[in-house]
Design a protein around this ligand. Structure first.
Ligand code: IMP
Ligand code: MG
Length: 177
């Protein structure tokens, strides 16, 4: 893996494709056991979690439903301090076991904003599956049931995560130099 340049910034390899896929498989196995006999609904937070969700859902291999919401809170390489809902919350989640699929928990603001709304529309249960978590950046209390990797408070791209909409197509994850 070589370094990559996106806009004005350089990024260096951090997590390989093989390491990511092995961990996603483990999370899938864990989800399959925990949700056995149920048909959960994966709620994928666009855009960043799209790639992770595609691999995670197939790794889970259990009957499920799938829906999406687009939320945005980042500007450049820092949290903007506000969450913008670009699409409406799907109403079909009432009575469902909802698994929110996120690319990364940074301050935790996005999940802190979304979870009460899922409860308000009558989700039967909620859980969070996130590929990455930055414990040192977290400001909001959350129950994180499924975490792929805990990482330092550095800006990362690849495997769905972007810097100003670039880098999502990278199969590995890279960290800002
Ligand atoms: P939070 O609301 O502060 O937890 O931020 C979560 C959202 O910010 C994630 O869904 C990402 O879209 C974005 N984000 C946070 N950290 C990074 C990063 O290192 N790279 C790319 N996007 C990030
Ligand atoms: Mg995101």
């Amino acid at each position: 893996m070589n370094k990559v340049k996106l806009h004005d910034l350089e990024f260096v390899p951090y997590l390989s494709e093989a390491d990511i896929l092995a961990r996603v498989q483990e999370l899938g196995t864990q989800l399959a056991a925990d949700y056995s006999g149920r048909t959960p609904c994966f709620l994928v937070v666009l855009k960043g979690a799209a790639i992770f969700a595609a691999d995670l859902i197939r790794a889970t291999g259990i009957p499920c439903e799938l829906t999406f919401i687009e939320l945005a809170s980042y500007e450049g390489t820092a949290s903007s301090g506000a969450v913008r809902m670009a699409t409406k919350l799907p109403q079909r989640l009432s009575g469902k076991d909802v698994i929110v699929v996120e690319d990364i928990i940074d301050t935790g603001r996005t999940m802190h904003f979304l979870l009460p709304q899922l409860e308000a529309i009558g989700a039967k249960s909620t859980a969070i599956a996130t590929l990455l978590h930055k414990p040192d950046a977290q400001q909001f209390d959350l129950d994180l049931q499924y975490v792929g990797f805990e990482i330092p408070n550095d800006f990362v791209v690849g495997y769905g995560l972007d810097y100003e909409q670039h880098g999502r197509e990278l199969s590995a994850i890279y960290v800002k130099k």
